[in-house]
Design a protein. Structure first.
Lengths: 421, 459
């Protein structure tokens, strides 16, 4: 009671100071001019009971977050079972993507597989062709790694020009999880790779099988056969019970529902590594085996789905950066279209081949801005502009668009996806 | 073409640590197999090392930035070695010590798993490689392929492999790869014939994968070669002559060269001030295209909700009117829901179970790639299905039905629940020669749900 008189004057002083500093805060202050009933009146939740335990034995997000979901762009594909949706990165923070809203890409739908029925075969140029059950896999030494999984076509709709409104749609074919599993090299060692073996081919149980060829060096390096993501079993749509994790490399190689691992002396050159996931260049030839996802970043807020609604004054710019070639060492932010840049803060850990969060705290004067972010990774690679990529690759490349994204922040706080020159 | 000359450049830059690891791995795992005659002489390890060394030599010739060459080895090592900090004792009692520069493999297999039986390998290993490895014995001619294609593939890919709607175009597109809109087909783009056989045999028809025999697959492959002008109409494709076919775009691919052609351009200290010659102007706006999914208020789908009932805005800008409609969004969403029961009322009034209908709507996603429903639905690969339950078969206006369906319609087929149930359980057995490539719904629950859903759709 004794300190009560001190609270009100100091709060008023605070409000006066803020109002003088920025017009945007005046509205906030105005709310406080009449007593807020949320404060002065006892609310039901402060008097009665909330949910009991077990109201949701495995919880889902609170209903007020119902807008934070994966979303599909229907015109992109003919069939929802061979399609893709997008992670709501505009609404997420930190670096870990919850499985429930991490983008999905299926080629014949997400299949329903049990651990009991699960089998994994290793054959080809190995000494001992083997079959593993799920229980067998759980007896190999277990490892943990955090990695981003980015579809090679992330941003692919933007090659020709700004097309979709929202970083969920322009950069949302990405997720980042902490995986627990066994190393592919340990499974290969169990079968014994023969000297002629140069490539490891991995295919899934689903009808598409989505087979991909991985050079032996990568297979022996950091490729994981994972069962858990973010501490829980893989969700169905992420390959339950077993998927491949190929850190830094394009998402199509992260085969789900793995059924077979085969060692060959050559790449299989299946449909997903010839007809698709090859990068057509201006001379009519195409790059193949373009596995690495180069350094990239995007401002996730403000962005078209996350406009500025608080007016001028303090503004948090937040975004994600990543590199398939290692660790992100720096992210620069520009608010003037790329004329001047300032280093953003890397918040939390910057892990190799994993999403990295950056923040840039600024005082917005309420005028229009072109906001951009630019990632630099430990190899010294600097995320290029879209024009720099087009100069080399043209506009029919489809895949591997890691260009700088430009958002146009209007004075009213709305944000648009634009290209500038 | 797929051997060492094209060994990926990305591997080349991984350098000595990786090359040494491969050699060590091969030695460790061929030398310590318990109780099995592995039969790989130790000398083979050094033989193995030489081609890898060659790729290192290539890397030195190419001016790749030094920093780039470091990354692939150092980055993963840090993460994995951390995870291996406390190696557990294994069934065989030991784990090989980690090499300083790279994670190691166990020296001994753990004895997990069981031997794969040859019939199991035959069942699952259906991969066909560019050099013909994995081709089953068999053959198929163009004419047969035309028939098999018409029955199994044409409903999406078109009678001439031209591709219906947005389904993949498989033929044509010659010399289009430098066009503003290239047409990437089997003939214009695919470098290997093996890819066609492999993919068709394992993954097609869409929704009925692994139902085509090797001979069917040879025939379809022969037909696609013919459709692309690569063979004549009397051609017979066999496992014997398969590798003699050279695809038109066989030389159209080269391994990733970003490390040479792009990384040097994009590496270095970036500009921080006065980086642009002038003031940037907007040249393209996504908003002009209007192709983004939207919420009921017209904003991009998923736009974060307004949290304050009186959003603060800078005094100079007037957007209050624009912001207002965002609030009553739930009302707008409620409207279509309210309409649905009204529409369903006239049809199959029995006892519409909302939960069953909802389940059916989910099941219907398997059908919706070919069948459109709802207001404004148009015929697609399959006919529209509004009001189909209880309706005479073969009467959707403007849809070109298959002959078997027309014959059964002529004979009085009505799509009542029983007939739909039987058709959906096994389309090809119910209607021999149907062009519906869908394998069917084996689950009775799914069938009854999807029929309830269809019954809920007005005519």
């Amino acid at each position: 009671m004794t300190d009560e008189p001190n609270i009100n004057p100091s709060r008023r002083t605070f409000l006066r100071g803020s109002a003088a500093a920025g017009a945007g805060l005046m509205a906030t202050a105005a709310h406080a001019q009449t007593a807020d009933p949320l404060i002065t009146e006892v609310q039901d939740y402060a008097s009665g009971f909330g949910d009991p335990v077990d109201a949701a034995p495995y919880g889902t997000p609170i209903s007020h977050e119902a807008h934070v979901v994966r979303r599909n762009v229907e015109w992109l594909t003919e069939s929802p079972v061979s399609s893709i949706n997008f992670t709501p990165i505009h609404a997420l923070e930190g670096t870990i993507t919850p499985q429930g809203c991490a983008f999905e890409r299926h080629h014949s739908g997400a299949i329903d597989m049990t651990k009991q029925d699960y089998r994994l075969m290793i054959n080809g140029l190995v000494d001992r062709p083997l079959v593993f059950t799920f229980e067998d896999l759980m007896r190999f030494p277990r490892h943990i790694t955090t990695a981003f999984c980015e579809c090679a076509a992330n941003g692919g709709m933007e090659w020709g020009g700004a097309q979709l409104e929202g970083c969920q749609f322009t950069q949302g074919m990405i997720h980042n999880m902490e995986y627990t599993g066994v190393m592919l090299r340990d499974l290969l060692a169990e079968a014994g790779v023969q000297t002629a073996g140069k490539w490891v081919y991995v295919e899934g149980h689903d009808a598409s099988s989505n087979g991909r060829s991985i050079p032996l060096e990568k297979a022996l390096d950091d490729v994981m056969v994972a069962f858990f993501a973010n501490g829980e079993a893989l969700r169905k749509e992420h390959g339950y019970p077993v998927r491949l994790v190929v850190p830094g490399w394009e998402g199509n190689m992260w085969v789900k529902w793995i059924r077979r691992i085969a060692v060959y002396d050559q790449a299989v050159e299946g449909r997903e590594e010839t007809s698709k996931y090859t990068d057509l260049m201006p001379d009519g030839r195409a790059r193949k085996w373009t596995w690495v996802m180069d350094a990239k970043s995007v401002i996730t807020s403000p962005s078209p789905q996350a406009p500025i609604r608080h007016g001028a004054g303090p503004l948090v710019i937040t975004g994600l950066a990543w590199s398939g070639n290692g660790r992100v060492t720096r992210v620069d932010v520009s608010t003037d279209g790329g004329n001047t840049w300032a280093p953003a803060r890397i918040s939390g850990d910057a892990k190799s081949k994993a999403l990295t969060r950056f923040h840039h705290d600024m005082n917005w004067d309420g005028s229009e801005m072109f906001i951009l972010s630019r990632a630099v990774d430990e190899t010294g690679y600097v995320q290029p502009t879209k024009q720099a990529l087009r100069d080399i690759r043209g506009t029919n490349n489809v895949y591997h668009n890691n260009a700088i994204q430009v958002w146009w922040v209007r004075a009213d706080g709305e944000v648009e996806n634009v290209e500038i020159a | 073409m797929s051997k060492s000359p094209e060994f990926p450049t990305i591997l080349a830059v991984t350098g000595w640590a990786t090359a040494a690891t491969v050699a060590a791995f091969v030695m460790a795992n061929t030398g310590h197999a318990p109780g099995e005659a592995v039969g790989v002489p130790m000398g083979s390890a050094s033989a193995e090392a030489s081609p890898v060394t060659d790729t290192v030599a290539e890397a030195e010739v190419v001016p790749a930035p030094a920093a780039t060459a470091e990354a692939p080895t150092t980055a993963p090592a840090a993460e994995i070695i951390l995870a291996q900090a406390a190696p557990e004792p294994t069934a065989t009692g030991s784990i090989a010590p980690a090499a300083a520069e790279h994670p190691s493999m166990p020296a001994n297999p753990l004895g997990l798993g069981r031997a794969a039986l040859s019939e199991e390998i035959d069942a699952w290993d259906v991969a066909v490689l560019p050099d013909g490895t994995g081709l089953p014995v068999g053959s198929g001619d163009v004419e047969t392929g035309d028939e098999v294609f018409a029955a199994n593939c044409a409903s999406c890919h078109g009678d001439f492999a031209e591709g219906l709607d947005s389904w993949p175009v498989l033929a044509g597109g010659d010399n289009s790869l430098t066009d503003p809109r290239p047409v990437k087909t089997v003939g214009s783009y695919w470098p290997y014939l093996s890819t066609v056989f492999d993919y068709v045999h394992r993954s097609m028809p869409f929704g009925s994968a692994q139902t085509l025999t090797p001979d069917d697959t040879y025939a379809i492959t022969a037909f696609l070669l013919y459709s692309n002008g690569i063979v004549e109409d009397d051609f017979v494709l066999t496992n014997e002559n398969f590798t003699s076919i050279v695809m038109p775009n066989a030389d159209g691919f080269y391994p990733d060269d970003r490390a040479q052609t792009e990384y040097p351009l994009f590496t270095g200290e970036p500009c921080m001030e006065n980086c642009l010659p002038g003031t940037p102007q907007v040249t393209k706006r996504a908003i002009d295209l209007k192709v983004t999914p939207t919420d009921a208020d017209g904003k991009p789908a998923g736009t974060l909700p307004v949290l304050s009932d009186a959003p603060a805005i800078p005094a100079v800008v007037q957007v209050a009117a624009d912001e207002a409609p965002a609030v009553p969004e739930p009302v707008a969403e409620a409207a279509p829901v309210a309409e649905a029961p009204a529409e369903s009322a006239p049809v199959e009034t029995a006892a519409a179970d909302p939960a069953l209908i909802a389940a059916g709507a989910t099941v219907f996603k398997k059908c919706s790639s070919c069948h459109k429903v709802g207001e404004g639905a148009k015929n697609a690969v399959g006919p529209t299905l509004n009001g189909i339950v209880g309706h005479d078969a073969g009467t959707v206006e403007g849809f070109k039905y298959s002959n078997p369906l027309l014959a059964m319609a002529e004979a009085g087929l009505v799509w009542d629940e029983a007939n739909l149930n039987a058709f959906l359980e096994n389309p090809r057995s119910f209607m021999k020669g149907t062009r519906m490539a869908f394998a069917g719904l084996k689950s009775e629950d799914e069938r009854s749900a999807v029929i309830a859903y269809l019954a809920s759709l007005g005519g």
